[in-house]
Design a protein around this ligand. Sequence first.
Ligand code: SF4
Length: 76
Amino acid sequence: PAPLVDPKSPQAQQLGYVADASKVDKAKAPKYVAGQACSGCALFQGKVGDAQGPCPLYPGKAVLAKAWCTAFVART
Ligand code: SF4
């Protein structure tokens, strides 16, 4: 499995990646809506129920299903 995104990496910092979506700072990420997470993001490449999976914005890394970043797009 791919290594997890390091929240301190430049890419993660630039996109406001937070490993636990429930801890998103709404002052820094006003578009965050409670309940959003990678597991419900259109870009998340993991399967339903997976704890982590690839995201094309973080090549070679895995993001946590319970994480969130400012590029979130709700899956429809
Ligand atoms: Fe998670 Fe979506 Fe951001 Fe990728 S783009 S890290 S799946 S919220």
